[in-house]
Design a protein around this ligand. Structure first.
Ligand SMILES: Nc1nc2c(c(=O)[nH]1)N[C@H]1C(S)=C(S)[C@@H](COP(=O)(O)O)O[C@H]1N2
Ligand SMILES: [Mo]
Length: 309
């Protein structure tokens, strides 16, 4: 038996699924205590199905996935996030969804994940630094959340922001990047079924170093597009700012699609180093769109991907 200190539901509070977002938003607005099961893993009670979009390749170990990370809010070396991210408070957590949506508001994390269909999605992940992993995410389609809040017709892009909390994110005490970390997608990229918000890895709640409690995953783009610990999602008419593009536009474009034919100015993108195979693992050839070309090449028809990199 689990002993939990969650407030009890009154049956009158159980509302049809279609209403949940608005209603929860009202409750948060009124200062009500979020009806969560504090202390329990958020994903534990949710049904998760396997996804048809998963690769059949063998995932990296939980250890590889959680000890070799990029998360500059916790330091710039690959081992820093695993060492420093435990200080981050991830409950309570809410995500502000605003801009060109019908139901803007501040939504509690638990309510977001309760109202969507959770899937296990095993994706190839390709970092711009030319290493790669296979990661079994637990997540749901971003399009599902956007449909719930109602995308208005003028919305052309989606922008995302990470939490700013230097008291817990020690990397934010330096100006190595401009905080908050931010990223953006074109609307058709955001609505694509491969694009997910992930809340877990290997069926467990998202480890903090991997972007707890909620992070983006876009498997045909370089890893840096996968923004972590999201607190804000805005729908906009204009192309949003993206952190690495702001820092060095010559090296990092807005699209950032995995493309073996367009090298980074300082290194090749034609091949990659799979993490986890040991020191002598052979480099692999990088595939166009990280191997997801059949699904996503159509989004870029007629675009010059050498210029729109
Ligand atoms: N907020 C935030 N999100 C981020 C980053 C970051 O520094 N801060 N790094 C990005 C980069 S460069 C990569 S490769 C991936 C790494 O994700 P992982 O550590 O889960 O493999 O997160 C991306 N998301
Ligand atoms: Mo990266």
């Amino acid at each position: 038996m689990h002993i939990i200190s969650a407030p009890k539901f009154k049956s009158s509070e159980i509302t049809p699924k279609a209403d949940w977002l608005n209603r929860r938003q009202l409750m948060i607005g009124a200062g009500a205590v979020a009806t969560t099961t504090f202390g329990l893993p958020a994903l534990a009670k949710l049904k998760t199905i396997k996804s048809k979009y998963s690769t059949t390749r063998t995932p990296n170990t939980f250890k590889d996935i959680t000890t070799y990370n990029n998360f500059y809010e916790f330091g710039t070396s690959k081992s820093d996030p695993a060492e420093n991210a435990s200080r981050l408070t991830t409950s309570p957590w809410s995500v502000t969804i605003d801009g060109m949506v019908d139901k803007p508001g501040k939504y509690a994390f638990e309510d977001i994940i309760k109202g969507v269909s959770m899937e296990e999605r095993i994706y190839r992940f390709r970092c711009v630094e030319a290493w790669s992993m296979i990661i079994p995410w637990t997540g749901f389609q971003l399009s599902e959340l956007l449909a719930r809040v109602g995308v208005q017709s003028g919305a052309k892009y989606v922008s995302f922001e990470t939490l700013v909390r230097p008291s817990e994110m020690i990397g934010q005490r330096s100006n190595v990047l401009e905080w908050p970390y931010r990223e953006g997608l074109r609307m058709d990229e955001a609505m694509h079924p491969l694009t997910i918000l992930a809340a877990g890895i290997y069926g467990e709640d998202m480890p903090k170093q991997n972007g707890a409690p909620l992070r983006l995953v876009v498997p045909w783009k370089y890893g840096f597009k996968s923004i972590k610990s999201i607190v804000r999602i805005s729908l906009t008419a204009r192309q949003p700012q993206a952190t690495w593009n702001m820092l060095s536009p010559r090296e990092y474009g807005f699209y950032s699609n995995v493309n073996p034919n367009v090298d980074h100015p300082r290194w090749t993108q034609a091949s990659e180093r799979p993490i986890g195979g040991g020191l002598f693992t052979r480099r692999k050839q990088t595939q166009m769109f990280n191997g997801y070309g059949q699904e996503v090449a159509g989004l870029y028809k007629g675009m010059d991907l050498t210029r729109n990199f």
